[in-house]
Ligand binder design. Structure first.
Ligand code: C2E
Ligand code: CA
Ligand code: CA
Length: 540
């Protein structure tokens, strides 16, 4: 009986296989499979986006509640000079908060970190913040038309402490690798007032949409995400053709569908990056850092570019996030370092005053083996470790603070210096980052742009410069685009700057020419030479 069944089954399978092949069913099956993949992926990504949006909104609220609780515990509830000073410091160390103030029973601002005196704002909606007894959440429009989330902590005598955070900071800003760039995201308060939205609400029938809603259990925020099915289909267009081809091959070889895993498909971006790395397509560009007092070159920041065989240059924002999540960032970073050693080693090594900065993803600092790798990478190069700067961005959350601090200390023992990048834009808070014991802070373009026009930003930069000098740290201003900014920065006591006003990131050959040209300028005693005339375009 058993052998009969086995025999029958085998024959049966062959018969079915032949029938199926003749009928072209593999293609049908493939399409069915592809449609399943799209459904699963669309649903997962949509839910993932919603969950991350809820987590972000919660994180913002937790941060603000924490700060206001601390202020309340310190007795800040009226408008003495002490209170204003404390509020100023709190705003300064908590980047998302733009303003903290004491408000009266009629919602009027009595004083704030900007000083005494009232401010006008239109209240769009107001409700109690779920799960937090003394707190209310308002959406307000400030004098300059910005929408803000205001969290108010009720105190005594009808007064309250209030903090303002731009509504945009409650929305996911940067799409993660593989995430749908075209998802529509709506974030609402517990009572349904709109905090903000990203993208355009799709007008397709809901059959053609992936929809996810998530509610914050902590504060009641509601997030809705919608992704048109067409978006995901479009992303899989190539896969469909490849599928056709592979299906044909299967028919010929009578192979199974199991080889059709997406990881092997040439469409897989991680595999594509791995090949590009092996082929040496990730190349360093160098953006000069200039001493704005003497006009001399202080060094350069290395910025990676993906130079495709057809000559296109892909900027790092496109591939670094995926490199970070896939673990490729480590080999990519060290490959870049080796390329810099090979290309610029001689020229930079023979000028010990020049410093070369590398962007170092935050996660790399939580593995002590990188200390040895950094040492080994530069061991045979004329570039000394004392010429190397590693930049860690304030945007990357630090996973293991103690370990990160140890790794930083070990790198500093080698002579390497550590910079905090994008100061003022991250969530970590500067005071937290400074506990890492860094040597340099890089002031983000956002502040540089606001200097001279926005008094708050100017004060923040002044405070940063003071702080840096007290802690014996260097300050570099980033994204400097105009000469006026150079003058302002110089007046504020900042010494180093980088930005398009001097030069964009340059390919190696142009940078090396520049270093040599600057030597002769230096010898001529030139003051603030116009680097802009030397090189102005970022081209391959
Ligand atoms: P970043 O470290 O903040 O680099 C500064 C960015 O500002 C660079 O963009 C640079 O081209 C641009 N920039 C410089 N001067 C100006 C200016 O005057 N005006 C304006 N509007 N922009 C200016 P880029 O090269 O596209 O790099 C973007 C980000 O990618 C970098 O931001 C950095 O976070 C990351 N990145 C670049 N290379 C690497 C790398 O090798 N490893 C890692 N982990 N990240 C990298
Ligand atoms: Ca940087
Ligand atoms: Ca930066």
């Amino acid at each position: 009986m058993g052998s009969f069944v086995r025999g029958f089954t085998r024959q049966n399978i062959i018969a079915i296989a032949v029938g199926v092949l003749v009928a072209g069913a593999p293609l049908v099956a493939f399409n069915f499979w592809l449609s399943g993949v799209i459904d699963r992926q669309g649903q997962e990504e949509t839910i993932g986006t919603a969950m991350r949006a809820v987590a972000l909104a919660e994180q913002r609220a937790v941060q603000v509640v924490h700060v206001l609780d601390k202020l309340a515990a310190r007795g800040v509830d009226q408008c003495g000079p002490d209170a204003i000073g404390i509020m100023q410091r709190a705003v300064f160390v908590t980047p998302p908060i733009k303003e903290i103030g004491v408000v009266g029973p009629q919602h009027q601002t009595l004083c704030s970190n900007r000083g005494s005196g009232s401010r006008d704002q239109r209240v769009i909606s107001s409700e109690l913040l779920t799960g937090t007894n003394p707190y209310s959440l308002d959406i307000v429009e400030t004098e300059d038309g910005q929408h803000m989330v205001e969290l108010r902590r009720a105190g005594d005598n009808g007064r309250a402490l209030a903090a303002l955070v731009p509504t945009s900071l409650f929305l996911p800003q940067v799409m993660r690798p593989g995430e749908l760039s075209s998802a529509y995201v709506l974030v609402e308060t517990g009572e349904g007032a709109t905090i903000g939205e990203i993208g355009e609400r799709p007008n397709e029938h809901y059959d053609n949409l992936f929809i996810a809603t998530q509610r914050s259990s902590k504060f009641g925020f509601n997030v809705s995400v919608m992704t048109p099915r067409g978006q995901i289909m479009a992303g899989q267009g190539d896969l469909k053709w490849i599928g056709l081809l592979i299906t044909g091959l299967i028919v010929a070889a009578l192979a199974g569908f199991s080889v059709l895993t997406p990881r092997r498909s040439p469409n897989n971006p991680v595999a594509e990056m791995e090949r590009a790395l092996a082929a040496g397509q990730f190349v360093p560009y160098y953006q000069p850092i200039v001493d704005i007092r003497s006009g001399q070159l202080r060094g350069a920041e290395v910025l990676v570019r993906w130079r495709k065989p057809d000559g296109t240059l892909v900027p790092p924002g496109v591939f670094i996030p995926l490199a970070e999540t896939s673990g490729m960032i480590r080999p990519m970073t060290f490959d870049l370092m080796r390329r810099v050693c090979a290309e610029a080693g001689q020229v930079v090594g023979s000028r010990p005053a020049l410093k070369i900065s590398f962007n170092f993803a935050g996660m790399l600092f939580s593995d002590e083996t990188i200390v040895k790798d950094v040492r080994d990478t530069f061991a045979a190069s004329p570039i000394r470790l004392s010429q190397v700067v590693l930049e860690v961005t304030e945007r990357d959350p630090i996973q293991n603070f103690t370990l990160t601090r140890q790794v930083i200390a070990a790198l500093q023992d080698l002579g390497v210096r550590i910079a905090i990048d994008d100061v003022g834009t991250g969530h970590s808070g500067l005071s937290y980052m400074l506990k890492l014991g860094v040597d340099i802070i890089k002031i983000d373009k956002m502040f540089v742009d606001a200097i001279g026009t926005d008094r708050n930003s100017t004060t923040i930069v002044e405070t940063l410069v003071d702080l840096a000098h007290n802690m014996r740290m260097d300050v570099v201003a980033e994204g400097v685009e105009t000469f006026e900014q150079v003058v302002h920065l110089r007046d504020l006591g900042i010494r180093s700057a980088q930005g398009y006003v001097f030069a964009p990131p340059l390919p190696g050959s142009a940078f090396l020419e520049l270093v040599e040209a600057m030597d002769s300028l230096g010898a001529m005693g030139g003051e603030m030479p116009a680097l802009t005339t030397a090189v102005t375009t970022e081209a391959a």
